[in-house]
Design a protein around this ligand. Sequence first.
Ligand code: UGA
Length: 468
Amino acid sequence: MKIVIIGSGYVGLSLATLLARSGYQTVCLDVDKRKVDIINSGKSHFFEIGLDYLVSQGINTGNLTATTDYQTAMKDANIAFLCVGTPTTETGALNLSFIYDSVNQASKYAKDGIIYVQRSTVPVGTGAKAINLIKENHPKLRFHYLSSPEFLREGSAVIDSIFQDRVVLGGDIENDENAIVKVLAIFEKIDSLKHEVIHEIPDIAKFADAYLGNSGAKTSNGTPFKDKCQVTKLESAELIKIVSNAFLSLKISYANMISNLCDKVGADINEVMKGVGADNRIGRAFLYAGLGFGGGCFPKDVKGLINSLAEYDVDSDILNAVMEINNNQVNIAVEKVKKLTKGSIGKIGVLGTAFKQGTSDTRESQSIKLIKKLADLGYSVSIFDPQAKEETEVDLEKYPSVVFEENIEEIFKDSIAVVIATDWPEFKLLDFEHLSKLMKENNIVDARNFIDKTILKKYFNYSGMGVS
Ligand code: UGA
C-alpha cells in the first residue's frame, strides 16, 4: 500500500515515520524544498524527541521518501493524509487555502478510489467544502473523504502518535465503509508498534516520564484498540478535535483565574487544584496555573471555534473570557516582577522561550510576549532556552537589546529578578544556591509554578502564580 502524507510538520512527519516503520511505502509531500531535503537526508527539520531516529530509520529502509512533486507522490497512491497547516488570518479566522489547494492538486494525479484523510485541525464544514471542490474540479475521480483528527502534543508527538487515547474517524458511514475499515487497520498497525518503538528509541525511553511532566496525564490505558475507535459523521469528527482543545484551554484559564484569587486571599493554587482535581469528574490535568497557554494549537483553535460559533449565531462569551484571561496572565507576571523589584529598572533574566517544554516551537509563546513587555518597559532582558534559540531570534528581531545567552549563569549574573517562563525539566536541576549569589537582587518569579517553592524560597524572594 502506498500512503502519501501532505504536509510534513509535527502531525505529518510523526505519522509518516510511524507508517514507514509499519512497513508502508510512505511519501512525504511538502511544498518547502528545504524541509524535503532535510527529511531525505535522514533528519527531522524540527526538534521532537525520537523523530530524528525514526526519520533516519525510514530513509535507510527505503520505506520513507520526501518530495515536492505532487505527480510523483500521488502516482498509484492508495491513501493521502492531509496534514497541512491552517494558520490564523488577521481577522482570527483560519486560512484553509492549504487544505483546499493540496486536495485540489493531489486530485489531478490521484487514481480512482483514493482515500483522503483530513488530519489537520479545521473548522466544522471544511471537509464538506473540500468534497464539493474535488467534485467540481475533478468530476471523473472516484474518491473517499474522511476526517481523522490528530490529538498529539508537541514535545511528545511521537509518543502520542503511538499511544493514542482515541481514534476518531468521520465520514459517510454507508458509502465510505470500506475506506473506514482500511484506515482503521492502518492505525491499528501503529498501535501495535508501541512497546517495541518506545523501548528502542533511547531518547524516548530515557525521558518519556520527564517530558510528559507538568502539562497533563496522557498515558495509554491499555484499552484494546477497537474500543478506542469511534466512527462518526464527518462534521462530528471535525468538531471533536477543536472542541477538545477549546475545553482544555478553558480548564487552564479557569485555573489561572482562580490562581489570581489565591494570590489575593493567601491560598495556594496547587493545593486547591489538587483537591478539585481529585474529583474524577473533573480531573487534575490541565488545571496547572501559570503564564497561560501558547503554541500553534490552543490559541488558534479557541479563536477558530469562536469564529464558527459566530458564523452560526451561537453565543461564544465563555471562550472570549478564556482568551482574555490567558492574555492577562502575562501582565500579571510583569506586575509580580515590578512588585518584587520595588519598581527599580535593571537587568531581568528569563528562563525559557519555547511555548512549553520539549519543543523548540515559540509560536504564540507567552514567554516571548512577556519578554517583549519587559523590554518595552525599559528593563534590559537576558534570555535562555535549551532548544528554541533560532525561533526566538526570529521572534525578537525587532528587539535587538534582548540578549540570548548560551550559559544559564549569565541569566542570573547582575539581574534584579529572574522569571521562569517555560517548564523545561532541566531547570529543576539548577544549583539555585550558587545562581542566587550571582544576582544583584535575588528575586525570582516562577511563572510556571514549576520548581519546588521551598527550594526557591531558601535562596530568593519568591513569587509564583497563585502560590505564595
Ligand atoms: C495541544 C493538545 O494538548 C493536543 O491534544 C492537540 O493534539 C494539540 O494541541 C493539537 O491541536 O495539535 P500542544 O499545543 O502541543 O497540544 O500542547 P499542550 O501540552 O496541550 O500545552 C498547550 C499549552 O498549555 C502550553 O503552553 C502549556 O504550557 C499550557 N498548559 C498546559 C498550561 O498552562 N497548564 C496546563 O495545565 C496544561
